[in-house]
Design a protein around this ligand. Structure first.
Ligand SMILES: NC(=O)c1ccc[n+]([C@@H]2O[C@H](COP(=O)([O-])OP(=O)(O)OC[C@H]3O[C@@H](n4cnc5c(N)ncnc54)[C@H](O)[C@@H]3O)[C@@H](O)[C@H]2O)c1
Length: 467
């Protein structure tokens, strides 16, 4: 611990931090836990998929019975009193999928205004909107984008660990396609996903969820490969998949063999010591799957989590630091996916498999001293979009997460002052936990997430700086 960190841990240090606006951040609701308070559903004219999806989730929403303006009396100084919800909501869902005109946005304002100070801690605002591609006319497309701007602002204005996110619903999307997304956003699994927008569409042919699907154990009988699983985010990904029923293959370099074995034992999976930059890495993973699980076994999901940093300002960045980061973080995934997707490879990816890459907010916004890392992580996003487009004819999905500041050994190595700035400069005022990234990856890999494809979901608490 540095001198500053020691000071920060003392009562006086805490008081100084509070004075500097660095008060203790709220404890976030995590896990497969719904909000405590009522789930309010406001269906604006033309909507309906929200109610249908909540029905599938077994959630009974309540109407936004507001204490409306005509019933309100001004306070004793004659000032306008903002409307209030009758009971403090745990979540407010606005189904704006039918909204096409600027004038209809007033309905969104009316529902949101009382939620801004009335939501419970770690409450949720979820806006459902029609994707611009699914509506006709310039005004309707402009309005779709306007909803995005509203949601991102709401996310920055909310307090006490509450989040706001928006889902763009594509044409032909059914409630069954939306259920994993709505469930994820309502539950504590999405604790550190704030101010984000992504798209959900119809699952591809051949990717419908069977009768054996159990929402809280979605990976039962499924094999999930996690690279870089010996520690940090990778170890937590392994634990989260195991909690949800998966059989985990934990991969890491031989030098991390002891830690890897511990994680594999803990999750009752198997360990594979492998450097993912090896030319035959994909074949060795497939061979391991066949050896441990039999010749007919296939991989349900591969999570390309292994990653390294070799930070230097570009003026000092040598070829070794440049090449190693691009090789581990980007080239290895690029090489492995096509080999694992080869339907003839025993132990390769299943027909409707899930591929998840790990990008980084450094790849969106850039980060001083990280030209190599930002290149590799932006490259992961490009790879994800291109692969998803290329796989359009197959029921495989390719997605990525882009974590912001997550508390791991990787970020513990950042100098204190810089670390404290990174940690605090998001709408939730704190760093995320490895489990927050793991939960988002598990959601993207869910058998019911077949309509979530080609998306990059940031897990950053809604960064206040950068793109
Ligand atoms: N921690 C954060 O704030 C953060 C933010 C954004 C993105 N990420 C990304 O999340 C992922 C995990 O990060 P972390 O913080 O847990 O890192 P970490 O350094 O704690 O763990 C990374 C793991 O990958 C393994 N690994 C490295 N090179 C490998 C190789 N060639 N073959 C196999 N395994 C290899 C390491 O041995 C280690 O166990 C990385 O891709 C990282 O870039 C992390």
């Amino acid at each position: 611990m540095s001198i500053l960190e020691n000071l920060y841990a003392t009562p006086i240090g805490k008081r100084i931090a509070a004075r500097a606006g660095l008060a203790e951040p709220p404890v976030l609701r995590r896990g497969r836990v719904l909000p405590l308070g009522p789930i309010v559903l406001a269906t604006l004219p033309g909507g309906g998929i929200g109610a249908e999806t909540l029905g599938l989730l077994g959630v009974s929403p309540v109407d936004p019975l507001l204490d409306l303006p005509e019933h309100r009396t001004p306070d004793d100084k004659g000032r306008d009193q903002p409307p209030r919800y009758e009971q403090r909501p745990g979540a407010v869902i606005i189904d704006a999928t039918g909204v096409r005109e600027i004038a209809q946005l007033e309905g969104v304002r009316q529902v949101l205004r009382p939620a801004m100070r009335g939501l419970e801690s770690s409450g949720r605002i979820i806006v459902l909107a029609s994707d611009a591609d699914a509506v006709d006319g310039v005004e309707a497309k402009a309005v779709a984008q306007a909803l995005d701007g509203i949601t991102r602002t709401v996310s920055k204005e909310l307090r006490a660990g509450a989040t706001a996110n928006l889902v763009f619903v594509r044409a032909e999307t059914a409630a069954t396609d939306l259920r994993s997304t709505l469930s994820f956003l309502l539950e504590g699994r999405s604790a550190f996903v704030a101010g984000q927008t992504w798209r959900v569409g119809p699952a591809k042919a051949g990717d419908a969820v069977g009768d054996d699907y159990v929402a809280h154990r979605p990976f039962e009988q499924r094999i999930v490969v996690v690279t870089g699983a010996a520690r940090g985010i990778g170890a937590e990904i392994a634990r989260t998949f195991a909690r949800d029923g998966a059989t985990v293959v934990a991969v890491d370099v031989p030098a991390a063999g002891d830690a890897l074995a511990k994680v594999a034992n803990e999750v009752r999976g198997s360990a594979l010591q492998l450097d993912i930059t090896a030319a035959d890495a994909a074949r060795r993973i497939a061979a391991h799957v066949v050896t441990v699980h039999g010749r007919d076994a296939k991989i349900w999901a591969i999570i390309h989590n292994a990653g390294i940093t070799r930070d230097k300002m570009l003026a000092n960045l040598d070829e070794g630091r440049w090449g190693s980061v691009l090789e581990v973080n980007l080239a290895a995934e690029l090489r492995m996916n096509p080999e694992l997707l080869d339907a003839g490879l025993p132990g390769g990816l299943a027909d409707n498999a899930r591929i998840v890459g790990i990008a980084s907010t450094s790849g969106w916004a850039g980060n001083k001293g990280q030209a190599n890392y930002a290149a590799s992580k932006a490259g992961v996003m490009g790879l994800t979009w291109a692969e998803s487009a290329e796989l359009a004819g197959r029921p495989v999905t390719a997605n990525a997460v882009a974590p912001g500041f997550i508390e791991t050994e990787m970020t513990a190595a950042i100098p204190f002052v810089q670390r404290e700035i990174f940690r605090r400069t998001n709408a939730l005022g704190q760093g995320g936990k490895p489990v927050d990234v793991a939960e988002t990856i598990a959601y993207l890999s869910d058998p019911a997430s077949g309509g979530v494809d080609g998306q990059v979901v940031r897990v950053c608490g809604h960064n206040l700086i950068g793109a």
